[in-house]
Design a binder for this molecule. Structure first.
Ligand code: AMP
Length: 437
């Protein structure tokens, strides 16, 4: 894993709400088109987040940009707003902007944000992603023929369109790669290179990545020209997240989870497991006592995934169980509890996961179960955040748990590395990112 803990320690995490209070820069100072300004106000954006403060002027100026910023920082609007402003200033009848993102969910989210920000103006986007039926595929192709300003796409489906001649980027002016590190982790490097070959050389390129390992820097160097670099790395979760951990044995996890779920104050819950199998197993077990609960994983049909997500967002579904596929890019407001049934593989994943709660100034709780094999892993997470997470006493009826002694447990479990690629093999494009060690 790339280690940016030092850098992380010196940068503050700043949720959109926190940052907004800190700065003097206002959205008005960017002098956006009035309708665009109206759109962002209607989205409830009052002040630009740090990444928006730094990225918007650069993109408005037409410069290339490499931004290190994670989900939850307001990064989507940081690239959408200035690009939409460019489009409004010089409208054309051609595809103007291509945004590439790793997953369907993220593509849909970006597309929805264009809808929201562009509600009062005429900028339109099309979402292009795989895994849907033939009718949707035809609709996507039809929409492309009709034209749009912005195309948001996953790499695989985009390549199919490019190779089939259904899409023409000859007049493209802006390219955005969102969550570039995740795309590389998911094996999209070759696809990205292929796509770039179809694009005009003269264009503005904007790249967002949660982390900046050497591979990403190399890609950035190849596809950008004299880029400005900005860095809003998240190191700590938003302060509104109440973090707790239980140190326990594997067989104590399920009864403890059931006890925690009895607390109906937790109205909206995401449970993270490290593997898809674990997600399915837990769903099966919990189904006996919990009706309002669904597993979310890459084996589900796209329509089913969308319907589950809608149910969760609208609060008709109380509990969602998933792997890290849920931790990045899924924009669900106001989750009251994030529960790490398995400790996350690395510190950045932890921050991403618990970033699902306490979004946009709400408070939330993040609970992590730490079995002996995961103690060392969790200690690293605490190191990165520069803080210790409160260890909660186990309910008496569950019996005693192990002591929290990461060093001792590291020796005991040396050589028993947990499986680190939940969600499928190398070719499963929906699998959550698996970091390099
Ligand atoms: P993102 O990092 O793009 O996933 O954004 C995280 C969340 O912050 C989304 O729900 C956005 O709608 C919200 N957001 C983005 N910019 C702002 C802002 N300036 N003020 C308040 N909320 C924002």
């Amino acid at each position: 894993m790339q280690n940016n803990s030092e850098q992380n320690k010196t940068n503050s995490p700043d949720s959109p709400s926190v940052l907004a209070e800190q700065s003097e820069i206002t959205f008005e100072s960017f002098k956006f088109n009035e309708e665009l300004q109206e759109g962002l106000i209607s989205m409830g954006f009052k002040k630009p987040t740090p990444i928006q403060q730094q990225a918007i002027p650069v993109i408005l100026e037409g410069r290339d940009l490499i931004a290190c910023a994670q989900t939850g920082t307001g990064k989507t609007a940081a690239f959408l707003l200035p690009i939409m402003e460019h489009i409004l200033k010089a409208p054309t009848r051609h595809l103007n902007t291509l945004i590439i993102a790793p997953t369907r969910e993220l593509v849909l989210q970006i597309d929805q944000q264009v809808d929201g920000l562009g509600y009062f103006c005429s900028v339109g986007s099309i979402a292009i992603y795989g895994g849907n039926d033939g009718i949707t595929w035809e609709k996507q192709k039809h929409a492309l023929r009709e034209g749009a300003d912005i195309v948001c796409a996953t790499p695989g489906r985009l390549i199919a369109l490019l190779q089939g001649g259904s899409i023409n980027f000859d007049h493209l002016q802006h390219l955005v790669l969102d969550e570039a590190d995740r795309m590389l982790d998911m094996g999209f490097m070759d696809d990205i290179n292929t796509i770039i070959n179809y694009l005009p050389k003269k264009r503005q390129t904007v790249m967002f990545s949660a982390t900046m390992p050497p591979k990403i820097r190399a890609l950035a160097q190849k596809i950008t020209s004299d880029p400005v670099q900005v860095n809003i790395a998240i190191s700590k979760p938003a302060e509104a997240v109440e973090q707790q951990a239980y140190v326990l044995h594997e067989n104590q996890k399920l009864p403890l989870l059931q006890k925690i779920l009895e607390n109906q104050d937790y109205q909206s819950v995401i449970i993270f497991c490290s593997r898809k199998d674990g997600v399915k197993q837990l769903e099966k077990t919990l189904r006996k006592t919990e009706n309002s609960m669904r597993a979310f994983h890459s084996d589900l049909e796209q329509a089913e995934r969308e319907s589950i997500m809608r149910g969760f967002k609208s609060r008709t579904l109380r509990i969602l169980i998933g792997t890290d596929i849920l931790s990045r890019g899924i924009d669900v407001e106001g989750v009251s509890l994030v529960l790490n049934y398995d400790a996350p593989p690395d510190p950045e994943d932890y921050i991403h996961r618990i970033g699902r709660t306490a979004r946009a100034s709400r408070t939330g709780t993040a609970i992590t179960f730490i079995n002996p094999a995961d103690q060392k892993k969790f200690a690293r997470i605490e190191d990165l955040m520069g803080m210790e997470v409160k260890k909660m006493p186990l309910p008496e009826e569950l019996g005693a748990g192990p002591a929290y002694d990461p060093e001792a447990n590291r020796k005991e479990f040396a050589g028993k590395k947990p499986f680190r690629r939940p969600g499928g093999g190398k070719n499963d494009r929906n699998r959550p990112h698996a970091r390099r060690k």
